[in-house]
Write a protein that binds this ligand. Structure first.
Ligand code: GSH
Length: 232
């Protein structure tokens, strides 16, 4: 395990958060020891408003007493501080491409698939259609590769990782189909490679599928009215 003597690393998270999972994977891939602090975001203490006063969200990484929110920024920080097993490519242009697709994943893929989970009727149909169009673009950049990062898991794999284990749960809860393995063979193969990776597997399985289904059934009911006025 990688631990400089002066390092104290803590991660404040919530069990079902895809944003938290990507940070856990990054720390594990780097072999960084850390203390995990579970914060119930629905029954919160003052911890998050102290550590992340702007957004009040998880994850927050606390490195030697210094708090750092926002999962994408945390991943880049982890990659800079523990620079072995790099997550981002060295070449500046390649790095920019990876960041471009990370932004696409956050602003399109995660948002649209989340809306497909948390909407009904015509709005849900549109969210499904747009999610499939977003996946078509991801399929193109993944063709011929084992991982987005080449032969090793990298930054983009961690960010898009939620489609491997969480999207199937969202599809089941919302009774929709987005990730059809016949339509997206490269993504289907990547999903197998990703989920069969020992690090990814070891950080996913504390949560049973039943727990995830129950949680997202509840979230869907809660969030449908919240997203009702959201224009797609
Ligand atoms: N852009 C943030 C999103 C984090 C986020 O939305 N976290 C959710 C959990 S999945 C949260 O903490 N929600 C609590 C709240 O909104 O009050 C990131 O990448 O870290």
């Amino acid at each position: 395990m990688e631990k400089k003597s002066e390092d104290c690393v803590k991660l404040v998270g919530f069990w079902s958060s895809p944003y938290v999972h990507r940070v856990r994977w990054a720390l594990k891939l780097k072999g960084v020891e850390y203390e995990y602090i579970e914060e119930d975001i629905f029954n919160r203490t003052s911890l998050l408003s102290e550590l992340n006063p702007v957004y009040g969200k998880v994850p927050v990484l606390v490195h030697n007493g210094k708090p750092l929110p926002e999962s994408l920024i945390i991943l880049e920080y982890i990659d800079e501080i523990w620079d072995h097993n790099p997550l981002l490519p060295f070449d500046p242009y390649e790095r920019s491409q990876v960041r471009f697709w990370a932004k696409f994943s956050e602003e399109k893929l995660l948002l649209l698939t989340g809306l497909a989970l948390c909407s009904e009727g015509e709005k849900q149909e549109r969210a499904v259609k747009l999610s499939i169009e977003a996946l078509e673009k991801i399929e193109q950049i993944l063709k011929g590769k084992i991982f987005f990062g080449g032969d090793k898991i990298g930054y983009l794999d961690l960010i898009i990782g939620f489609i491997s284990y969480m999207l199937p749960i969202w599809e089941e809860v919302a009774s929709v189909k987005i990730l059809d393995p016949l339509k997206f063979p490269a993504i289907a193969a990547w999903t197998d490679n990703f989920m069969n990776n020992e690090v990814i597997k070891s950080e996913l399985l504390p949560y049973s599928k039943d727990e995830m289904i129950r949680y997202f059934e509840w979230r869907r009911k809660e969030l449908i009215p919240v997203f009702a006025s959201y224009q797609l």
